[in-house]
Design a protein around this ligand. Structure first.
Ligand SMILES: *[C@@H]1O[C@H](CO)[C@@H](O)[C@H](O)[C@H]1NC(C)=O
Length: 152
């Protein structure tokens, strides 16, 4: 093997893995999941989390607007490992610490609910940890008027 190359095999492999890792995590950060909903539809999304770190932390569901801070729509109230279910208006937040997942249900979607949402761990008012990728709820009138939707 010649030692004059800039990168030898194992180093090159490590570099490639590092690049893959970096591009993968960036894609996760900017990616959002889009859901097409008709008026009155129900939707459930799951946000898994690290139960050892966040099992007994408060959880919240937020709406992210283009301006201003995200608005908390519904949040859990107890820091325990018991399952908790809180409903506020059309949003139901259920936390299942033993399954390490929070579940959000939109009940009876309305046109004005269209927008970007996210699951967060509410560590303190100043310290929120955003879980997973954001969800974009799109109003669809049932005629698949929106592009970028998966075909059946
Ligand atoms: C949505 O959920 C509510 C409450 O569980 C139920 O009463 C309603 O029929 C559901 N609507 C649809 C479109 O499934």
């Amino acid at each position: 093997m010649r030692g004059t190359g800039l990168l030898k095999g194992p180093q090159l492999l490590l570099l490639l893995l590092l690049l893959l890792y970096i591009s993968g995590s960036q894609a996760d950060d900017i990616g959002e999941e889009q859901e097409c909903l008709t008026e009155g539809a129900n939707l459930t999304v799951l946000c898994p989390y690290n139960d050892r770190k966040y099992g007994s932390s408060l959880k919240a569901w937020q709406r992210v607007r283009s301006q201003g801070p995200p608005e908390t729509l519904v949040r859990t109230t107890t820091k325990s490992l018991e399952a908790e279910s809180v409903r506020s208006g059309r949003f139901l937040l259920e936390d299942f610490p033993t399954d390490a997942v929070m579940k959000v249900t939109v009940i009876g979607f309305q046109r004005q609910d269209a927008g970007l949402y996210q699951c967060v761990i509410d560590l303190s008012p100043q310290d929120l940890f955003v879980l997973h990728h954001p969800y974009r709820l799109v109003y669809c009138n049932g005629e698949a008027a929106f592009p970028a939707q998966r075909k059946p």
